[in-house]
Design a protein around this ligand. Structure first.
Ligand SMILES: Nc1ncnc2c1ncn2[C@@H]1O[C@H](COP(=O)(O)OP(=O)(O)O)[C@@H](O)[C@H]1O
Ligand SMILES: [Mg+2]
Length: 214
């Protein structure tokens, strides 16, 4: 089983959006058996699963903020949707479970500053130092050709962590969220730009670069 943790201390940076779309990617595109573990008492990922119709490939949800994380032996992919403000022991415990960490950042000065500090905290965890889990940064809700986007780009380069995707700011994610689907399950004519923007991310996830060194 492969475990992917979607993490950032800030609320609203896209952790649940990326978690649910990634779950849709693995279930729909790769026909994997997927578990989506929601660690946030707000339960955004679980609400998404509730909206998901029977016609779509099944994804199992776990209310991991209150229930013990159990999974069937034949699970292929476990996606952990983190809450905001996880620090200290709780953070270490979540990172310990992960093979790969996706770290979404919004192009805003406040978010970038907060992300720098949080990234320091995450990278100081032994498992990350030993490269037993890999981190990739995702720029989310980007409006291209804005000054703040070029600042975000410079900022991510300074983090010295692989920069694996740029997702644009679009209503498509809101529509997907309402319907309990991912962009992979929407009309390609409507979401082709977004499907393209996920390609570098899914490519990175398929490569060894996103897998633990041991
Ligand atoms: N790329 C995007 N484009 C448009 N809206 C987005 C995008 N990413 C996230 N959102 C919206 O922003 C809000 C916060 O995102 P969410 O994924 O819930 O963040 P988090 O889980 O980090 O708190 C949600 O309403 C979501 O639909
Ligand atoms: Mg969330």
């Amino acid at each position: 089983m492969r475990t992917i943790l979607v993490l950032n201390a800030k609320g609203g940076c896209g952790k649940s959006t990326i978690s649910t779309n990634l779950a849709s990617y693995y279930a729909f595109e790769e026909e994997k058996k997927v578990i989506l573990a929601d660690y946030d008492p707000q339960g955004s990922s679980l609400a998404w699963l509730e909206a998901r119709g029977e016609e779509w490939p099944a994804i199992e949800g776990v209310a991991a903020f209150k229930d013990k994380l159990h999974h069937a032996r034949d699970t292929d992919i476990l996606i952990m949707d983190a809450p905001a403000r996880v620090h200290g022991k709780e953070l270490t415990a979540m990172v310990r479970k992960a093979d790969t960490i996706l770290f979404p950042v919004l192009p805003s000065p406040i978010d970038m500053r907060a992300a720098t500090d949080y990234m320091k905290e995450v990278r100081a965890i032994g498992k990350i130092e030993r490269k037993e889990a890999k981190i990739g940064v995702i720029a989310n809700r980007v409006r291209e050709n804005t000054i703040i986007f070029s600042e975000l780009y410079d900022f991510i380069k300074k983090l010295k962590v692989p920069y694996v995707a740029t997702l644009r700011d679009t209503q498509n994610y809101i529509r997907a969220e309402e319907r309990g689907v991912g962009i992979f399950e929407m009309a390609p004519s409507q979401v082709y730009q977004d499907l393209e923007s996920w390609e570098p991310l899914t490519k990175w996830l398929r490569s060894k670069r996103s897998m633990p060194d041991k």
